[in-house]
Ligand binder design. Structure first.
Ligand code: ADP
Ligand code: ADP
Length: 233
């Protein structure tokens, strides 16, 4: 579904050059739930941004559904991103003066033609139902607990029915009970067919996914299928 070949990412400032990713080869298959671990600064966010078409690699190719997209222009990348990818971040990134429902509708506003106000509201309430927040639609983010905010962010990520969900430390700001709750929602989405890639610092959480990819200093040092995969199937 997403294939990275010989990906290299160099960040250059006037004085420093950082090799953030060094020759990464990675295939994310449809239906997978994979986690990415590694020490701070090893390139996890960079990798997720490249997979999510938010950032371009310095070298190498990215293919989505066997179609190389490395030469696409920003506008085409944005369209593809909007169609296929949902993002979840550690710090939620909700808009505080919009209601929960309005926050979840945001990705649909960028879709051409296909959504009226009514259908946007319907899709957003369905997404909120899937994360168990139907009873909070009119609330504002400041009225929600951290776990609830992250569930709103998940609803926003899935409202456009993306094929893949990229989550950058989705439980990093949550206590372990809320973190487990978020993980079970992600597992449910994966069971329903979403492909999920999650960066985490939590080894126990990573071990509940199908596949564990480890980075160190920009290099992929491990890629293991986990037993949990067979247990779950
Ligand atoms: P992680 O997510 O694993 O903490 P990052 O992908 O954020 O790692 O960063 C990888 C390396 O690239 C780090 O050394 C970081 O300092 C550097 N880096 C990340 N973003 C930038 C940037 N925009 N400009 C310069 N260096 C960056
Ligand atoms: P949790 O028990 O998950 O930590 P909180 O204790 O923060 O959650 O909140 C309990 C409930 O009260 C939540 O369902 C939340 O929606 C609601 N709530 C929290 N803060 C406010 C607020 N300022 N205004 C309205 N409702 C709130």
């Amino acid at each position: 579904m997403i294939q990275l070949t010989n990906i290299e990412k160099v960040y250059r400032t006037s004085t420093i050059e950082t090799l953030a990713l060094n020759n990464i080869n990675l295939t994310i298959r449809k239906g997978e739930f994979a986690s990415i671990m590694g020490p701070s600064g090893c390139g996890k966010s960079t990798l997720l941004n490249i997979l999510g078409l938010l950032d371009q690699p310095s070298k190498g190719t990215i293919s989505i559904d066997n179609q190389p997209v490395t030469s696409y222009k920003d506008k085409e990348l944005a369209r593809l991103r909007n169609q296929k990818i949902g993002f979840i971040f550690q710090s939620f990134h909700l808009i505080n003066d919009l209601s929960v429902l309005d926050n979840v509708e945001i990705p649909l506003l960028y879709r051409k033609g296909d959504t009226t106000g009514k259908s946007r509201r319907e899709l957003a309430s369905e997404a909120l139902e899937r994360v168990g927040l139907s009873n909070r639609m009119k609330h504002f983010p400041s009225q929600l607990s951290g776990g609830q905010k992250q569930r709103v962010a998940i609803a926003r990520a899935i409202v456009g029915q993306p094929e893949i969900i990229l989550a950058d430390e989705p439980t990093g700001n949550l206590d372990s009970a809320m973190g487990s709750e978020i993980l079970s929602i992600l597992q449910q989405l994966n069971n329903d067919g979403s492909t999920i890639l999650m960066v985490t610092h939590d080894e126990a959480m990573a071990r509940k996914t199908h596949r564990l990819i480890r980075l160190f200093d920009g290099t992929q040092v491990a890629d293991s299928q986990l037993v949990a995969n067979d247990e779950r199937l």
